[in-house]
Design a protein around this ligand. Structure first.
Ligand SMILES: NC(=O)c1ccc[n+]([C@@H]2O[C@H](COP(=O)([O-])OP(=O)(O)OC[C@H]3O[C@@H](n4cnc5c(N)ncnc54)[C@H](OP(=O)(O)O)[C@@H]3O)[C@@H](O)[C@H]2O)c1
Length: 332
């Protein structure tokens, strides 16, 4: 085994869209293991939209190891709590190896028939965000109609499939290309979908959901939230998960301009952070693993191979280059 590790550090802060020049790859010696630690070889790394906010002042430290989700295998251990060969999830991402203490990792359950990468996509924080947004925040009921934005992304691809299992009636999604729109309706259980570039989102949503919706899972914010407020029925609910339309913006958002309709329609708009709902993880395993095994639920993923793909994969999130969860696979 090589005694060096490769890592990506952030070296400068972006204004607006980040670029590859904001990052640098570094090579370091793997330190000798202290008692009570183990060495993990990373197998899959996560790139996520929230990392854009980490790039700003107050977030990630410059020229330092980064935080993020990773899956790896224990390859050396000086603690009885971690056995060589065990698969773990941890938060020392964007590097090939990590020295971990047992209380900083989560052992992955053995779920036969479930691919390892699913622990970053539909069974990971991404799928958990969709599950929590639908079940705990919006409290989606059987027979209700749902709109999901960025529906062909990580959270959105999980949300459409979960909504079907939860008994939603009509599920509508927005995405950024004709191919993604087809993917939503042909593969992910969406009843209708539109390309948000084609016209103002309010018009597109009115056409796709002419009778309105009960619930909106918001991944985009801005014009999508405005369209959803327009389409929601009285006493509808918004589970506000993210606002990717504004993460790179240097201007305050121009939409939603109809926020006061939240009052007129008695809507409930509630934001949430998945990290406050980690107690739902076991429930998600129990609910979804049998459906993944049976093939009814697909862990929808775009997998880039090789450590040198990390920065490009992250930047690709803001150009719509992923269908499903964007993941980087390391090793053979
Ligand atoms: N609250 C939480 O705890 C939590 C947890 C996880 C994720 N999130 C949030 O949930 C959202 C989805 O996360 P994810 O991990 O599943 O990422 P994702 O949807 O896979 O994110 C990338 C996708 O967002 C879309 N997008 C990018 N820029 C856009 C823009 N300016 N306007 C409209 N769409 C744009 C693109 O899809 P198209 O090609 O379809 O436009 C792109 O493929 C993000 O806002 C994220 O921050 C929140």
């Amino acid at each position: 085994m090589s005694r060096t590790l490769h890592a990506v550090h952030q070296v400068s802060r972006p204004t607006g869209l980040p670029t590859a020049e904001n990052f640098a790859q570094v090579t370091e010696e793997i330190p000798a293991l202290a008692d009570g630690t183990a060495l993990v070889e990373n197998l899959y790394l996560s790139v996520d939209p929230y990392m854009r906010q980490e790039m700003d002042e107050g977030g990630w430290e410059l020229n330092a190891p980064l935080e993020g989700r990773a899956l790896g295998r224990v390859v050396e251990s000086r603690t009885p709590a971690l056995t060589v060969g065990e698969l773990v999830a941890h938060r020392q991402a964007w590097r090939t190896h990590a020295v971990v203490a047992p209380d900083t990792v989560r052992r992955l359950p053995d779920l036969p028939g479930v691919p390892l990468s699913a622990h970053l996509s539909v069974l990971g924080g991404t799928g958990l965000s969709a599950y929590v947004g639908l079940t705990r925040i919006a409290r989606l009921q059987p027979g209700e109609d749902l709109f999901v934005s960025a529906a062909a992304g990580g959270v959105g691809s999980a949300a459409g499939q979960l909504a079907r299992l939860l008994g939603a009636r009509r599920v509508v999604g927005s995405a950024g290309s004709a191919a993604k729109v087809r993917h939503l309706t042909e593969r992910l259980g969406y009843d209708a979908a539109f390309d948000h570039h084609d016209a103002p989102v309010t018009e597109l949503l009115r056409a796709a959901a002419p009778d309105g919706v009960d619930v909106y899972l918001d991944n985009v914010g801005g014009d999508h939230l405005e369209a959803a407020i327009d389409a929601l029925r009285d006493r509808g609910r918004v589970a506000w998960c993210g606002a990717i339309a504004q993460y790179n913006s240097t201007q305050p958002p121009a939409a939603p301009r109809n926020l006061f309709d939240v009052v007129g329609k008695s809507l409930r708009l509630e934001g949430f952070l998945v990290r406050d709902h980690l107690d739902a993880q076991q429930e998600l395993y129990a609910f979804l693993a049998p459906h993944i095994r049976s093939g009814r639920v697909v862990p929808d993923e775009t997998v880039r191979e090789g450590f040198d793909q990390v920065v490009g994969a992250f930047l690709g999130l803001f150009r719509g280059e992923n269908t499903g969860k964007m993941i980087v696979k390391l090793g053979g």
